[in-house]
Design a protein around this ligand. Sequence first.
Ligand code: B12
Length: 273
Amino acid sequence: MIGLGEAADMLGVHYMTAYRYVRTGRLPAVKVAGQWRVEPADVDRLLRPEPAAGVRAPRRAWARSRILDRLLAGDEVGAWHVVEAALASGAEPAEVHLELLVPALRAVGERWEAGSIDVGDEHRASVVARRVIGRLGPRFNRPGRKRGVVVLGAVAGERHEIPGAIVADQLRGAGFEVVDLGADTPAASFVAAARQLQAAAVLVSVTGSGHEPAVAETVAALRAGHRRALLVGGAAVPDERAALGLGSDRWTGSDARQVVAAVEDVLGGRGGD
Ligand code: B12
């Protein structure tokens, strides 16, 4: 690895410019004993010309690796710069979620599973991702009359709440009023929220394995005496069989984009209770 001054020399730019590249995620770097260190190969990559304008896929792949780098560095400012650059180049907020953040979060999980980062690194990355998602949130707000209230939460014992937060914003972008109960939501709290808010639909999110009993309890409590739409989804619900087995009205597919269509579909005129 080389120092940032040396990298700036190789790039033919001022030290502060090279520093800005690091802060905005263009140049991957790690801090060792208070000094930024970079891989010469990453400097070479910067020296090579960028893909031509209009070639969207490689540019996105490039932004994806930059946001992953900023998440792993715990650098919220740098991660937000990557998002701003994507928005400025025409990406929709929903694309920032699904084409930048979701693949980066999955890559974080793969690295943790492979042992190349530890659980602290994963926590740091997910905290930054959560803050970036929060900052992006108001951009999904649609003025005007809402299409109905959707209550959403991760089932009891489930600490993964980022997937639900992403789904919530996609639904807000489609004009629904969404109340996100977050992680580890007891069955009784789903029921209370659905009742108080006269929810037209309830979405139960489940990401990790082993939460089937909690899902069953939640579904039973929500179903008791009510006809409101109910969807169970998330990474732990890989196909239709699993979804129906867990008591979902239907399987939505594994992409948050499909959830909007599914909510519209299952509502089909049904109101809350
Ligand atoms: C961040 C993260 C965490 C964070 C969560 C922080 C937070 N605030 O959410 C923390 C550090 C807390 C965490 C903890 C754990 N984690 Co974790 N975590 C992840 C990681 C890296 C990213 C999760 C994420 O946000 N993904 C991005 C989301 C948006 O993608 P998605 O889940 O596919 O969601 C999409 C769809 O499923 C759908 N969707 C989501 N919800 C819903 C709901 C409905 C109704 C519908 C219709 C659709 C839908 O829309 C979403 C967007 O398209 C994943 C890696 C991965 N592959 O995802 C591991 C991962 C999920 N974790 C894993 C594990 C093992 C754990 C721990 C058990 C580790 C441990 N030993 O402590 C604990 C579990 C704690 C618990 N009790 O739940 C495993 C799960 C394996 C498994 N099958 O069980 C993974 C896959 C990592 C791995 N590769 O092994 N984790």
